[in-house]
Write a protein that binds this ligand. Structure first.
Ligand code: PTJ
Length: 254
């Protein structure tokens, strides 16, 4: 309660008219997640890096990102076994919206951490469940391993990421993204840095701020669920990730 009052105090300190209010409020969400033990120390630094790129792209969803969102939705709807991978930052920023996307897709959410500790995995899982996520994997069932990956991110659930044919990986590290691609999984990244290894290795890269991208992706999934497989495959056939990244990079190099 005391902490909630403190958050309200901070939120009120940022004037409604502040041009970067949304970004500053997101920062507060991350700090709140950090204090609750969901976000790791490096997660705060990662958010700062993201903020810098977001600033350069005008803090709004640009048209190349919209193309990527459409392709990502098509890929997720077409998938037999899609999974949403969630780390500390993603859970702190948008647990409810992750739940809505999972609901729309009828898929599981798997906790997968770079700085994995069992305590943090359990706290994140509880936070996701409280926000409405129905199927949370990766807590006591991370018994399979991603081949050729040495980080803690290699620990995955046999029923989740290991079996998935399509994985959504927000705020990822490049190594695992590459390893998932090597395993033959269609990999979708959400990463504000269009030059990162993750962005370049993924099949589809949404260069947008995570909390902006997720509701747009959910909306697109809802629309595309009405379409047949041929329509969805045509979207994917036309999609060029390299071109999307190039167009996003042009926006960053102002
Ligand atoms: O919770 P853990 O233990 O799995 O650790 C998570 C972090 C984020 C610390 C870990 O995955 C990490 O070190 O990530 P990196 O290598 O710093 O990469 C994070 C990437 O996400 C960077 O390219 C940022 O630009 C980008 N990013 C940061 N915040 C956002 C973002 N992209 C979209 N939306 C954001 N809010």
């Amino acid at each position: 309660m005391k902490y909630l009052r403190f958050i309200c105090y901070i939120v009120n300190m940022i004037p409604e008219s502040h041009p970067r209010r949304k970004s500053l409020l997101l920062r507060e969400k991350l700090i709140e997640g950090y204090k609750k033990g969901l976000v790791c120390d490096s997660g705060l630094i990662a958010q700062g890096r993201g903020e810098a790129f977001d600033y350069l792209i005008g803090e709004r969803t640009q048209s190349p990102a919209r193309k990527a969102i459409r392709a990502a939705a098509a890929a997720l709807v077409l998938a037999t076994h899609p999974v949403i991978s969630v780390n500390g930052n993603a859970a702190a920023l948008a647990a409810e919206d992750i739940g809505k996307l999972a609901e729309e897709l009828g898929c599981a959410v798997e906790v997968n951490l770079f700085y994995r500790t069992q305590g943090r995995v359990e706290r994140i899982a509880a936070h996701l469940r409280k926000a409405g996520v129905k199927q949370v994997l990766g807590v006591h069932d991370a018994d399979a391993r991603i081949p050729e990956l040495n980080s803690e991110r290699r620990k995955v659930s046999r029923k989740g990421i290991y079996k998935a044919d399509c994985v959504l990986v927000p705020l990822e590290d490049g190594d695992r993204c590459e390893a998932l691609v090597k395993m033959g999984k269609r990999t979708i990244a959400i990463d504000l840095n269009p030059m990162s290894r993750t962005a370049r290795k993924a099949h589809i890269t949404i260069v947008d701020e995570f909390t902006r991208a997720i509701p747009l992706l959910t909306e697109e999934v809802r629309r595309l669920k009405e379409k047949d497989a041929a329509y969805l495959k045509a979207i994917l056939k036309k999609y060029r990730n390299k071109k999307v990244l190039e167009d996003m990079r042009k926006l960053v190099y102002f």
